[in-house]
Design a protein around this ligand. Structure first.
Ligand SMILES: Cc1ncc(COP(=O)(O)O)c(C=O)c1O
Length: 414
């Protein structure tokens, strides 16, 4: 990293890959750096935490075992490494670009950058659907041909079927693979996987640890999956993961007194860093590209009872919906929950990140926000980078945690 240069507006400029010259893969980023904020540890878990009662040890009500084995399925330690394999087999690399949505997290693009591929961003609507005209414009532009398009089903909400069909036809016409990113949508991945296992040019990727209470996991279903399985974890790694699962499970249920709301005038707003580079982010480890998920994780996935998990996620989502209805400072991005949707998180658009986001974080609310993002020219992505909060609705939140989180949000965003 080069020494940072601070502008009068508090924006810091650095160059990630300095002193390399910009290449076709070089991207510009805006990254929120919370270091000076001193945010406390979240007061409730962002992801599911292990409970024996979530398991079906007799096997009933668990996912279909065929999802996990046989031709066309491969297990990785995270979804990002499953994406790496999907992009690689589609031809993403120095001679093949990736088309990715303007609203994204770094781990969706990291695998393409690791392959030496350029990433081009297509625009999205305010409902996060892909803009087909912007995709057509990218395909018509000069430069390296695109070899894959990644389409996320954000927050577990399925992209409209007609749009997916149109995209699939567009991809087929241009010799591009359509990679459906179901990292937020395990149940949708389960529905899509059988077709992806046999159809050329299609791939489905999931992140099981966002859905089940397991320590890691990334799954790729694709006809192009090579037969050699990634390396398995050793016994020591399995034991460490068991300890971590136990620790996370203990912390998830620990409830101390909630933190008081800080005074708005005393908040520290952190820094926005402008950087550029062509390398993957620190969240991506090349050494993990061939690493399989833990045996422990696969054991949990295969045995988790789906009915209560799905019911609780949907109930929690609706609790959020009810809590934010009528708030002046925020609105639910997807207030309708389709009957077959199993949500990953509750997306909430806020009007004024300063101070609302900072007040909520200082009060210990568990929040994710994609505030480290490539600059693409999309107004929607630029707004959602700071205004869209991802709030947990998973199955392992307790009634008290849900009550505390929803009333805190209602108070701050009234
Ligand atoms: C939409 C999306 N795709 C891909 C990923 C990468 O998944 P993983 O964390 O399993 O590597 C994430 C991570 O949060 C994600 O949100």
């Amino acid at each position: 990293m080069v020494p940072a240069a601070r502008s009068a507006a508090g924006l810091i400029n650095t160059t990630g890959d300095w002193p390399m010259k910009p290449t076709a893969s070089t991207l510009e980023y805006q990254r929120f750096d919370p270091a000076s904020c001193g945010f406390p540890r979240p007061f409730a878990p962002l992801l599911p935490a292990f409970r024996w009662s979530a398991l079906s040890l007799g096997g009933g009500d668990a996912p279909d075992p065929a999802l996990f084995e046989g031709p066309g399925v491969r297990h990785f330690s995270r979804g990002r490494y499953a994406l790496h394999e999907a992009y690689r087999s589609a031809g993403v690399g120095p001679a093949g670009a990736l088309l990715a949505p303007a609203y994204h997290c770094r781990t969706m693009m990291d695998p393409a950058l690791a392959l030496g591929g350029a990433v081009r961003f297509y625009d999205i609507g305010s409902d996060l659907t892909p803009d087909l005209d912007s995709i057509r414009a990218l395909l018509a532009a000069p430069g390296v041909a695109a070899r894959a398009l990644v389409l996320p089903h954000y927050f577990g909400v399925e992209q409209p079927a007609a749009l997916v069909d149109q995209l699939a036809a567009l991809c087929a016409a241009h010799g591009m693979a359509l990679v459906e990113d179901c990292s937020h949508a395990w149940q949708l991945a389960a529905r899509r996987a059988p077709a992806a296992r046999t159809q050329a040019g299609r791939a489905v990727v999931a992140s099981p640890y966002k859905f089940f209470a397991c320590e890691d996991g990334g799954v790729l279903w694709s006809a192009a999956v090579p037969s050699s399985p990634p390396a398995s974890s050793g016994m020591l790694d399995e034991l460490r993961a068991l300890k971590r699962a136990w620790e996370r499970s203990r912390l998830a249920r620990q409830a101390g007194p909630p933190l008081p709301l800080p005074q708005a005038g005393r908040l520290e707003f952190g820094t926005v860093v402008a950087e550029s580079g062509a390398l993957p982010s620190p969240l991506y480890e090349r050494a993990c590209e061939q690493q399989a998920s833990l045996g422990l994780s696969r054991w949990v996935m295969r045995r988790t009872r789906l009915t209560p998990l799905i019911r609780r996620r949907r109930e929690h989502y609706q609790q959020w919906n009810a809590a934010v209805a009528g708030l002046r400072g925020a609105r639910a991005l997807f207030p309708e929950l389709a009957p077959d949707c199993v949500p990953y998180m509750f997306p909430l658009e806020i009007n004024m990140p300063n101070p609302s986001f900072f007040l909520l974080k200082q009060a210990g609310l568990p929040i994710w926000r994609w505030d480290d993002m490539a600059v693409s020219g999309s107004e929607v992505a630029a707004r959602y980078r700071t205004h869209l909060l991802h709030l947990p609705c998973h199955q392992d939140l307790t009634r008290e945690q849900m009550r505390w989180m929803t009333s805190l949000v209602a108070e701050v965003l009234a």
